[in-house]
Design a protein around this ligand. Structure first.
Ligand SMILES: C[S@@+](CC[C@H](N)C(=O)[O-])C[C@H]1O[C@@H](n2cnc3c(N)ncnc32)[C@H](O)[C@@H]1O
Length: 205
């Protein structure tokens, strides 16, 4: 499935989408947000923001938030959820093709939850490289997602818990993502949540 096909799939469910539909996805965003340590001067980008709920919660604690998603209905819902926060900006785009406003936005922290597994590995590498380039030295990229640190075939019992659907999803191995971070000048620190989900905290050199 390519980005347009994923966007179409998410357009259909945008009105009822909830991060906590899968306990593993909910656990993952909680770890991402814990590592984010929002500060009043932060300019934060959420890649694949869906309905933007996490940025709305962060809005009072940060300077600016950008949410990017290829699904137009997700962006529409995010704008309506965020109507009280003029410091939030929701834009159509993707991890591989970021809107100009984001590229020029002086972003110092990026996070992404349960998105990168939608991209084929070559696109993951390209996207991580492009996102890392946005960050200043010391900036953070926090990537939470389904990613394997063991043979997924041994863990079919937690597929429903983490929301893994092999026909739709293409998670990478943690070690491959760790290498993509390093080659993009991000020093990676891995937080394993279970054999199929982890969070990588990357600090820009
Ligand atoms: C499982 S949802 C996660 C939404 C939100 N981050 C969360 O934690 O609830 C995946 C989101 O990624 C978006 N998406 C799919 N392909 C993408 C891409 N190439 N770049 C950015 N976002 C993408 C989808 O439209 C969808 O909103």
């Amino acid at each position: 499935m390519n980005t347009e096909e994923h966007a179409e799939r998410f357009n259909k469910v945008a009105h009822r989408y909830a991060t906590n539909r899968f306990p593993g996805r909910s656990q993952c965003i909680q770890k991402v947000l814990q590592l984010l340590h929002p500060q009043p001067e932060d300019v934060i980008l959420d890649v694949g923001c869906g309905p933007g709920i996490q940025l709305v919660d962060l809005a009072p604690s940060i300077r600016t938030g950008f949410g990017v998603d290829p699904a137009a209905s997700m962006i529409e819902r995010a704008k309506s959820e965020a109507s009280a926060y003029p410091n939030l900006h929701f834009l159509e785009g993707s991890a591989e093709h970021l809107p100009e406003a984001v590229r020029c936005g002086s972003v110092n922290k990026i996070y992404s939850n349960y998105v990168i597994h939608h991209l084929p590995n070559t696109h993951k590498r390209e996207a991580i490289r492009g996102l890392a380039k946005l960050l200043p030295p010391g900036g953070l990229f926090i990537l939470g997602d389904m990613m394997f640190n063991d043979d997924p075939g041994k863990h079919t019992d937690i597929f429903d818990y983490v929301g893994y659907v092999p026909e739709n999803d293409s998670p990478a191995y943690v070690s491959d993502l760790e290498e993509m971070f390093s080659e993009s000048n991000l020093i990676p620190k891995i937080h394993v949540l279970n054999p199929l989900v982890a969070v990588i905290l990357g600090q820009k050199i």
